[in-house]
Design a protein around this ligand. Structure first.
Ligand SMILES: Nc1ncnc2c1ncn2[C@@H]1O[C@H](COP(=O)(O)OP(=O)(O)OP(=O)(O)O)[C@@H](O)[C@H]1O
Length: 631
């Protein structure tokens, strides 16, 4: 096939919606670099770019030849003919043709493509992966071969009230004392923050014992402002309930910053102020909501850490991966549920925690040895429909998930609605509901506060705005897609009309919630931050954003200074990561889509703290989504 024919086929794929102009542009770029490049190189370029666009950092050639439709997540059912091109070849055929090109190397160099273990990368992403592998493996070496004699007693005291058997929280602490890398994963309310607080108190005591260091430098971060605010709140809560000496409590950080702020972001640049030449000064760095971190950000973080810094990652491995390329947390936590510990790890656990775990037939990787999965949700007990539903979805158990959803007698925190059309009245009622924290709130609640509780005096303005922001957080409509009647765009238009029928041709109005869609370093507003448009003391519209992570003061911004925002009555599940709402209404579209996966449904459900409503236009989409996993 000539290059002209390849580009004609790529155009056909673009028409089908399978590839983008960006993917073609990358193939054209390769062709410009090597005009004689064979067709495999051009296709490989377009497909690596396509995979990156859907969050995959490499193209798996083996999988491509076996299951092209699935590997590339192509949306149509009639893709067989178009894909026979790939099925005819084996991965070895692809590799031997790729290796003839000057555009590809199997490691160091400057070629745009890198082939490693039958995986094809863009060089930049291969480098990120190298940084990640190297920096993590450095930290996996044990730094302690034994712990002080009185350590066990301190540990027993800290965990004396825990009822779980085995006590995974205790095991997580013991393992994290061994080396400079640890992962603590678990669903919502499994005690990640509580465990972290206890772990930090142990590490502070240990450092005092080992080095008599007066104070450890501990940094706490999360990928978004909202996630940083949540972890700060959880740590403050945990510290309130834990018994430990005041001098230790004082060393535990109470405020998290965003990763961007911690690393020192620079306007209009992907690079950070902190890197290997200007490392962060920290003994311990903790990152919460680590499932939201993409490969580039994780590589930047690791690049900025001195070798001696201990890194602790917390998060829920079963949540959706970041929107950007690379499901780092999911990859690092592979097989975490099997607790595939080797003999050395089992001995360490039993020696210091007195927990005895059974040996497994196939012990896992070095990363597995430093990973602990917390399994018992202290927030969603056995009677919580949200907890039960999340577990069934996560296990891919369609029958159980369906029956939990239908059993509203047993689980009053769940609701399931089948929508007749886009103007369904039940949906409208749910959105308009006033409710309050206890009953199912809709958007009527925050609007009541705006229009009925607006203070007459300037003194109470700040508090009123805080109340509005908190009330808006009680309810959120989530959806899977951006476009279409059931995507962010269609839903935002409809909900706006329902709530503000009198508003016409006006972009800005009192009550409009907006989400930032692009980092604005000058204003200190990050992609995903949400603000509400409110009239200020003299009636002029301004947008109220919660204070940044180190302050609880409202940040008032003029709408004129916010070019990159969109209305936020509905947001994608992806954008909702790191946030929680009392009531979540998850709307599934009326057509199948490769983005509708088990991880998306699980993430949507677990954003709900007290009430979860599933809104469907077609009965089969929920079951199909649960059956499809990103893993
Ligand atoms: N072992 C335990 N026994 C009893 N209650 C616990 C235990 N561990 C945690 N909790 C309680 O469960 C609740 C959730 O704990 P925590 O905030 O640590 O969980 P998390 O996994 O960090 O939650 P999130 O997913 O929201 O970040 C808190 O009220 C905490 O006090």
């Amino acid at each position: 096939m000539s290059s002209k024919q390849v580009f004609a086929m790529i155009d056909d794929w673009i028409t089908r919606g399978w590839l983008s102009q960006l993917d073609k542009a990358f193939a054209v770029f390769l062709h410009d670099l090597e005009p004689n490049a064979n067709q495999v190189v051009l296709w490989a370029g377009a497909l690596v770019s396509h995979q990156l666009g859907r969050g995959e950092v490499y193209l798996d050639l083996e999988k491509l030849c076996l299951q092209p439709g699935l590997t590339l997540a192509l949306s149509s059912d009639d893709n067989e003919n178009a894909l026979c091109l790939f099925k005819a070849d084996s991965a070895d055929d692809w590799i031997s043709q790729l290796k003839q090109s000057v555009l590809l190397a199997s490691g160091a160099g400057s070629t745009p493509l890198v082939l490693q273990n039958r995986r094809l990368y863009l060089r930049r992403y291969w480098q990120y992966q190298q940084t990640l592998d190297r920096q993590i493996s450095l930290r996996l070496q044990p730094v302690r071969h034994q712990l002080p004699a009185d350590f066990q007693q301190t540990l027993q005291q800290l965990f004396s009230e825990n009822q779980e058997q085995p006590d995974w929280q205790k095991i997580a602490c013991v393992l994290a004392m061994r080396s400079r890398f640890a992962i603590i994963t678990g669903g919502p309310g499994t005690g990640k923050t509580t465990t972290l607080t206890k772990l930090l108190s142990l590490l502070i005591q240990l450092a005092k014992h080992e080095t008599d260091k007066p104070k450890l430098t501990i940094l706490l971060a999360a990928p978004t402002g909202k996630a940083a605010a949540r972890v700060s709140e959880s740590i403050a809560n945990a510290l309130e309930h834990l018994q430990m000496p005041e001098e230790i409590k004082q060393q535990i950080p109470k405020k998290a910053s965003t990763l961007h702020r911690m690393l020192g972001s620079r306007p209009e640049s992907r690079r950070f102020q902190h890197n290997r030449h200007n490392p962060l000064l920290a003994d311990i760095v903790i990152v919460d909501e680590a499932s939201m971190i993409d490969l580039e950000m994780m590589a930047s973080l690791l690049d900025a850490l001195p070798e001696s810094t201990q890194l602790i990652l917390l998060g829920d491995k079963d949540q959706l991966a970041s929107v950007e390329a690379g499901s780092v947390m999911g990859d690092l936590c592979q097989a975490a549920e099997y607790a595939a510990y080797d003999q050395a790890t089992l001995q360490w656990i039993s020696r210091y925690s007195s927990e005895s775990l059974s040996a497994v037939d196939n012990p896992g990787s070095a990363i597995n040895q430093q990973t602990v999965m917390l399994r018992y949700s202290h927030r969603f007990g056995e009677h919580s429909g949200i907890g039960q539903l999340a577990r069934a979805v996560n296990a891919g158990n369609v029958i159980s998930a369906q029956s939990i959803l239908s059993d509203t007698g047993t689980y009053p925190d769940l609701k399931r609605l089948t929508l007749s059309d886009s103007a369904d009245t039940q949906f409208k009622q749910l959105v308009l509901a006033v409710g309050d924290k206890q009953s199912n709130p809709g958007y009527g609640h925050y609007l009541n506060i705006i229009f009925q509780q607006r203070p007459n005096d300037a003194d109470n303005y700040e508090q009123w705005a805080l109340d509005v922001l908190q009330a808006f957080d009680l309810f959120q409509v989530l959806c899977a897609l951006r476009s279409g009647d059931w995507g962010v765009e269609g839903l935002n238009q409809r909900i706006e009309k329902w709530l503000f029928p009198e508003i016409k041709n006006t972009l800005w109005y009192a009550g409009r919630p907006v989400m930032i869609t692009r980092n604005d370093y000058n204003l200190g507003l990050m992609n995903g931050d949400i603000g509400i448009t409110l009239p200020d003391v003299v009636g002029k519209l301004r947008v109220a954003f919660p204070g940044n992570e180190n302050s609880s003061k409202i940040r008032w911004v003029s709408p004129m200074r916010l070019p990159d925002v969109e209305t936020a009555f509905a947001m994608t599940v992806h954008k909702s990561q790191g946030s929680e709402f009392n009531h979540v209404a998850l709307i599934l579209p009326d057509t199948r889509s490769p983005v509708l996966t088990r991880e998306l449904i699980y993430t949507g459900i677990t954003r709900a703290k007290a009430h979860f409503s599933l809104l469907e236009c077609r009965g089969d989409i929920f079951a199909q989504a649960i059956a499809l996993s990103c893993k």
